[in-house]
Design a protein around this ligand. Sequence first.
Ligand code: ATP
Ligand SMILES: Cc1cn([C@H]2C[C@H](O)[C@@H](COP(=O)(O)O)O2)c(=O)[nH]c1=O
Length: 197
Amino acid sequence: MLITLEGLDGSGKTTVWEALHDSHPEATYTREPTESWYGDAVNRAIDDDADPLATLFLFTADHADHLSRTIRPALENDELVISDRYSDSRYAYQAAALSGSDLTRPMEYIRGIHSAFTREPDKTIYIDVDPETAAARSGSTNQFEDAAFLAQVESNYERLIDAEPERFVRVDGTQSPEAVIDSVEDIVDRLTSEHGE
Ligand SMILES: Nc1ncnc2c1ncn2[C@@H]1O[C@H](COP(=O)(O)OP(=O)(O)OP(=O)(O)O)[C@@H](O)[C@H]1O
Ligand SMILES: Cc1cn([C@H]2C[C@H](O)[C@@H](COP(=O)(O)O)O2)c(=O)[nH]c1=O
């Protein structure tokens, strides 16, 4: 089973993902951008404010490598896989970065590229914080960590949730870290017992 954690920068995904290592040590933990040279290239593109279309394709290359090297082998081995960010980050962030470009429907374009090869998550836990809280917590250190940009990203996540409400579980990320971790652990416990893991 593939569970993904999604949300704005600073929503608390990594805090939760790290806590899950203790409560669910049996899972395979992974993330995007990955810790590979593809991930390094993505991080360099973010730091350099690279062209948004070029950045999309670097993120997509990282995702293809992530699928073939980590995600598909672990799922074929019937493992629980928990990823800190995954394809929805691309649909939400790069669609916002490409709004105003020559692409008339950026999110549909990005989803179209992915649909040929990706593996959809079984469940996505969306840690919900407002863009101002997200920008303040993340420290506004890169081009994406800006409240106005994150407001566009948030509205893209809401579109994704509206389109597939059965896949997403929303958790209030403005609660204390302990309460957010408890909520996510309860969700993962329920999903793994339903799935027989
Ligand atoms: N529920 C919370 N309440 C207050 N602060 C929090 C909460 N969860 C995390 N934080 C703090 O917010 C900051 C960002 O948290 P974290 O790295 O987990 O977020 P993230 O969603 O992984 O961010 P990014 O996507 O930018 O990597 C950290 O300083 C963390 O300690
Ligand atoms: C996977 C992915 C990430 N991003 C953005 C979101 C963050 O601002 C950075 C790095 O992610 P991290 O969780 O802070 O390590 O990259 C993106 O724009 N598109 C993506 O697909």
